[in-house]
Structure formats: C-alpha cells, structure tokens
Design a protein around this ligand. Structure first.
Ligand code: SAH
Length: 406
C-alpha cells in the first residue's frame, strides 16, 4: 500500500507541527493533534498515522470516544498487527521478567505493564499459576480472548481471569467486565510468596488484581528499618508491609485500613507466617485521617516506624490540589506520632504528582509539624512495573524513607 492510499483509506492525519511526539514514540495521540480521522474505520480497529504532508509515521488503534483517540503499536511500517505481533510483544514482556533480579521466592508479579511493555491498554499480573488480565481500552477488550489464550500458551499457567473494573474503562465507553477468559477458574483465594513470605490473594474480590506487587521492592527496603521498632502500617490493605516488618524484627505492628475484609485477610497473613495477631499485631478499622488525628491528642507518641501507603488521591488534574492537601495532612500527623529519631516511609501512587512535588509536600508537612526530616532513601515502583522512557506517564509510584526528629 502506498502512502497516498493510506492517506485516503484508513489513515489518521496529524495537524502540521504535531508529529514530534509520535516520531519520538510517545504512544498516545490526543484529539487536539489530529487534523482528520478516517471515516471507514470502526472504533477499536487499526489505523495508519501520517503527518500533515502525508508521510507514514506509525500504526495503532482508534477510539473516537476517548480523549486519547489513537494508541500506537508500531513505528515499523513493515510490521503487521496480526496474531504473531501480539505473541511477540507478550513474549518480550514475559522474557523481561525472567531477567529481573531478586524475584526468587516471589511468584506474584506484573507480567505486562501496558504502554510500558509496548502493549497499550493491557495489564496482566501473575499469581502463582493463574493470570489476571485488565483490558483498559476498547481495542484490547475486543481481543482479550485471543490475548488470554496466547498468554496461557506462553506461560503454561492454569487459567486466566479478567478484572476489568477500572474507572478508565468508562472513558473508552466500556463497562466493568469480569470472569474466566481461558483455562480453569482459580480458587477464590490463592497463596502467593513474596521473599519467601506467604500471602493470601483474593483474585475475585481483592483490590485491583488482588495484591500490590508494585510495592515489593519497597517492602524489603522499608522492613530493613523495623528491628526493635513499633510499627504503624497505615493504609495496610492485607498487611504485607506489616508481615515483612515482623520478619525483620519489629516488636509490634498496627495495621489501619477502612476495609474490614482487608484487615481480616491481614490477620490470616500474619498467622500464615508464624506471627501471633493478638500479641504481635493489632488491626484498626477506620479512616486513617481521623485515627491519626485522635492519636495526636495523646501525650506520648506511639510509634518508631510509620508507613503511609494511601490510595491514589489525584484521579485527574482537577483533583491535584485537594490530593496535595491530603498528602500533607497525613504526613504532618504521622510525623507527630513518631518518637524522636523515628522513621517515616511515605508513598504516593498518584501519577499526576511528580516525585519532586511529593518531596515538597513532605517538606511542607515537616514545617507544619515542627520536625526535622532527613531523607534516607528515594523509592519507586518495583522493576516488574517498568517505565518506557518514551512514556513518562508510566511513572506513578514514589516514596521516601526519612528520619524524623523534633
Ligand atoms: N500498603 C498496601 C496497599 C495499600 S492500598 C500493600 O502493601 O498491600 C490502599 C489501601 O488504603 C486500601 O486497602 C484501601 O482500603 C485503604 N484506604 C483508602 N482510603 C482509606 C482511608 N481514608 N482510611 C483508611 N484506609 C483507606
């Protein structure tokens, strides 16, 4: 097919001067960069992308309903998007995980990290012998049965289930979807190992795809500070940070979460690893903001190590200011609950809040709390959640380990 045929057939034509990000391999094209869309291509199907002069740039998939009208799959004109294409990309993502260090003793990990593995819209996590797939876009949603089958063939896993309940699906015109896509249906809970520790994961009702594997490397780093310390694990979910802390010699851990189910599974996780949830731990159900405020009224600070791992506070640009106030407030409260020389491990998983901005917020919290804060470590998402350097949006999790003194 010649460039001219592309242009009149199934090509998206960019506005003049808007081709640079595409040439630099950013995978998204927003409506504002597009001069014209092809009439004959259905949403969810493939398009060619050409610049204002008609020169071929890339190939991807279309969804007119989304602000991100095109997501790009290849910049090689000779590379067709066929069954073999998907198999190659999936195999490359899986191969990368085989080369990652320090995954011994871990059988829960992200296998496909969407745009960052050059598979826009597709997220796949592995839990022992089962896979969980999230289809974030219409084009992926349409192909999920084929992708699931290929994933089973490539991994040898027993089954693959869907947990496509992310808010972003709405922007693609999709409603939530769940169920078994290929192979056998997993049991409701399965046991996974992380650094040799055991955790129960609920693939059907758990948050996201069941477990926060993006924090794996950070759980190790933070736990290394827990010897002989009383630990508060705020926004604990199923208490993974707490189990790691006890393994590293914490004297006591307190989990706080608004989800009673998550706290219950947290108790199971403590027992599974040989810890006593009555003597060595406590689970507090409720709102972290309110609980930390209550404890701030007590005369003596309670903790030597506090972990703050809140959910994504900034869901969109309009919510960033409010999110920053939330981060500042929990950090201020936590700093005041630490004994002199205590350690704060604080995170943000809002992609819209940069690492630099997050550190400024923690600085603001230190000023308001009247504490001296020394940053000891800067943390990011674990390496099974790679960031394609062409796609800075892929970087979302950031954290600090800091020493706090009056
Ligand atoms: N640290 C966890 C992951 C935390 S995810 C891990 O390593 O697995 C964020 C958690 O915060 C969720 O479990 C959610 O139920 C909880 N949550 C959200 N808002 C909350 C609030 N205001 N107070 C208490 N818990 C909250």
């Amino acid at each position: 097919m010649t460039d001219r045929q592309n242009r009149t057939g199934n090509a998206v034509i960019l506005k003049s001067g808007r081709d640079k990000p595409v040439r630099q391999r950013h995978p998204w094209i927003f409506s504002g960069a597009i001069a014209s869309l092809p009439a004959g291509v259905e949403d969810g199907e493939f398009v060619e992308v050409v610049d204002a002069a008609g020169a071929w740039l890339a190939r991807g998939y279309l969804n007119r309903r989304s602000q991100i009208q095109v997501r790009l799959l290849t910049w090689e004109q000779g590379e067709a998007i066929d069954a073999d294409f998907w198999r190659r990309r999936l195999a490359a993502a899986i191969d990368l995980r085989h080369t990652l260090p320090a995954l011994d003793g871990c059988n829960a990990l992200r296998l496909v990290n969407a745009e960052n593995d050059y598979l826009p819209g597709l997220t796949v996590d592995r839990y022992d012998d089962y896979l969980v797939l999230q289809a974030g876009t219409l084009a992926i949603d349409r192909r999920k049965a084929m992708l699931a089958q290929t994933l089973l063939e490539l991994t040898g896993c027993r089954g693959i289930v869907e947990r496509s309940d992310m808010a972003v699906r709405k922007l693609e015109g999709l409603s939530p979807a769940a169920g078994t896509l290929a192979g056998s249906t997993p049991p409701e809970t399965i046991d996974i190992r992380e650094d040799g520790l055991l955790f129960q994961v609920d693939l059907v009702h758990g948050q996201k795809t069941g477990f926060y594997t993006d924090q794996r490397t950070n759980r190790r780093r933070v736990a290394a500070y827990s010897e002989d310390r009383r630990v508060l694990n705020a926004f604990s979910y199923t208490g993974a940070f707490a189990v790691h802390a006890l393994r590293f010699g914490a004297t006591h851990v307190t989990n706080i979460d608004s989800s009673v189910d998550a706290l219950a599974m947290g108790e199971t996780n403590l027992r599974r690893n040989g810890f006593d949830p009555d003597r060595q731990a406590e689970g507090v159900a409720g709102d972290v903001f309110a609980i930390l405020r209550d404890w701030n009224d007590e005369p003596e600070p309670r903790f030597d190590l506090i972990i703050l791992d809140p959910p994504k506070f900034a869901q969109n640009q309009g919510a960033v200011d409010r999110a920053l106030r939330g981060y500042k407030e929990i950090n201020r409260l936590a700093m005041r609950l630490l004994r002199p020389g205590g350690i704060l491990a604080t995170f943000s998983c809002s992609g819209l809040v940069s690492a630099d901005l997050f550190q400024k917020v923690v600085f603001g919290a230190a000023v308001d709390a009247g504490r001296s804060v020394q940053v000891l470590e800067w943390l990011r998402q674990s390496p099974d959640h790679p960031v394609a350097i062409t796609f800075p949006e892929g970087e979302y999790l950031k954290g600090l380990i800091a020493r706090v003194t009056p």
